[in-house]
Ligand binder design. Structure first.
Ligand code: ADP
Ligand code: MN
Length: 344
C-alpha cells in the first residue's frame, strides 16, 4: 500500500539534493539513496536492545527506518499516474535499477506546524576512501576553505520562519523567501551561507538559526539548552559506536508556532518516544482523524537527529569515529558559547 504516487515534494528542506519527498499525510520521508545507506540503517536496526534507556543508543537519534521503494516496479505507480510518480519513474528508468532506490524514513517534520530546520555537516574529512581522486580533491578544498576544516562542522543550509526583522544585509545574498502551503513565509539560506562563515562569524550563523524568530526568550532558551543536552547525549552514544560516518548531518528542528508550545505547556522532552508507524494492521487506526490529530499534537516541539548515511559503515573493533565525534564536540563548544553570549 506504500507507493511513490502517494508522495509529494518535501516542504522544508534545509540542504541536500533536490527531489526529496514526503507522504501526503507527512508521516514518511523519502529520498533517493544508495546501498550503503540502506545497509547502514538495516544494521543499526538489527542491533537494537530494548532495555537501554531512551537516548542512550544511536538508534534514538536517527529517523526511524521504514524500508525502501524501487520505482517502476509497483503496479499502482503506473495506474494512478500521479505527476510526481511519473517524474520519478522517468528518472529511475534511465538509470540502472540496482542503485535507484528510495529510502523510506520517519519524516522528522511530522507534527510541526511552523518548523525551522538547520542542517550541519560534521567532520573535517568529507570524502570516503573509495571516492574518485577528483572528488577527493574537490571536497578537500571545500573542507580547507570552510569551517569544516577549521571547526570540524559546517552549516549546510537552513530554512527559518521569516520575521518582521530584516536579516543583516551581509547575508542577504544567501537568502531567498518562499511560502509554505499555509502561506507562512520562510527564509531559505543556501549552502553558500555556511561556506561564507568562518571561525569569527560562526556564532552569528548559529545565532540566526536559534534567535532570529518571534518566539519569547523563555522558549528560545529552552530550545538552545535542550539542543545542548541532546548533543551531549548523542556524543556519549557515538563514543560507544564503532562506525565511520562521512558527510553525515545533524538536523536541528524547532517549532515557531507558539500555540503548539502553549498546548503542551512548554514541555519539550529531550528524547521523544516514538509512536510506531505500523503497516497494514493499524491502517484503520491511522485513518481515524481523531487518532491522527492526537498523534500530531503529541509530536515534539524541538528535536535533534543524525542523518545522511550514504557514506557510512560499521567498523567492528576499530573504535569510535574521531572525525565525527570531534566535530560534534566542537559544535557543542560553540553552542555553549552561544548560550553565554547572545550575538544579535
Ligand atoms: P542528501 O543525500 O541529499 O544530502 P540528506 O539525508 O542529507 O540527503 O537530507 C537532505 C535534507 O533532507 C536535510 O537537510 C533535511 O532538510 C531533509 N531530511 C533528511 N532526512 C529527513 C527526515 N527523515 N525527515 C525530514 N527531513 C529530512
Ligand atoms: Mn546531506
Amino acid at each position: 500500500n506504500m507507493d511513490l504516487s502517494k508522495f509529494v515534494p518535501l516542504t522544508h528542506q534545509a540542504a541536500g539534493h533536490p527531489d526529496l519527498l514526503e507522504s501526503e499525510d507527512s508521516g514518511l520521508f523519502a529520498k533517493l539513496t544508495n546501498r550503503k545507506e540502506v545497509e547502514f540503517y538495516s544494521r543499526l536496526n538489527s542491533n537494537v536492545s530494548e532495555d537501554k534507556p531512551l537516548g542512550s543508543g544511536l538508534i534514538d537519534w536517527v529517523p526511524q527506518f521504514m524500508g525502501v521503494l524501487t520505482p517502476g516496479i509497483s503496479p499502482d505507480l503506473k495506474s494512478q499516474g500521479a505527476p510526481v510518480a511519473a517524474e520519478l519513474e522517468k528518472k529511475a528508468s534511465v538509470q540502472p535499477s540496482s542503485d535507484k532506490q528510495y529510502i523510506l524514513l520517519e519524516n522528522l517534520l511530522f507534527g510541526f506546524s511552523q518548523p525551522s530546520v538547520l542542517d550541519i555537516k560534521l567532520g573535517v574529512k568529507l570524502y570516503d576512501d573509495d571516492a574518485t581522486d577528483d572528488k577527493k580533491e574537490r571536497l578537500g578544498k571545500v573542507s580547507d576553505s570552510t569551517t569544516s576544516g577549521s571547526l570540524g562542522f559546517r552549516i549546510c543550509g537552513m530554512d527559518i520562519k521569516k520575521t518582521r526583522k530584516e536579516v543583516h544585509e551581509k547575508w542577504s545574498d544567501y537568502v531567498t523567501t518562499y511560502q509554505d502551503a499555509h502561506k507562512v513565509e520562510y527564509l531559505k539560506f543556501d549552502k553558500w551561507f555556511g561556506r561564507a562563515l568562518d571561525v569569527d562569524s560562526i556564532l552569528e550563523g548559529l545565532d540566526l538559526f536559534f534567535h532570529h524568530n518571534e518566539l519569547p526568550e523563555e522558549l528560545r532558551n529552552i530550545i538552545l539548552s535542550n539542543t545542548e543536552t541532546r548533543l551531549q547525549l548523542l556524543y556519549n552514544c557515538l563514543l560507544e559506536e564503532e562506525i565511520r560516518v562521512i558527510s553525515g548531518s545533524l538536523l536541528i528542528i524547532f517549532e515557531n508556532d507558539s500555540a503548539r508550545w502553549k498546548k503542551k505547556d512548554n514541555q519539550d522532552s529531550i528524547v521523544f518516544q516514538r509512536e510506531i508507524y505500523e503497516d497494514d494492521q493499524e491502517e484503520e487506526d491511522h485513518n481515524d482523524p481523531d487518532d491522527e490529530h492526537l498523534l500530531r499534537e503529541n509530536c515534539p516541539l524541538s528535536k535533534l537527529a543524525l542523518v545522511d548515511f550514504a557514506h557510512s559503515t560499521f567498523v567492528p573493533g576499530q573504535n569510535y569515529d574521531e572525525n565525527l565525534v570531534d566535530g560534534l564536540e566542537s559544535l557543542l563548544q560553540q553552542i555553549s558559547h552561544l548560550k553565554d553570549n547572545r550575538q544579535i
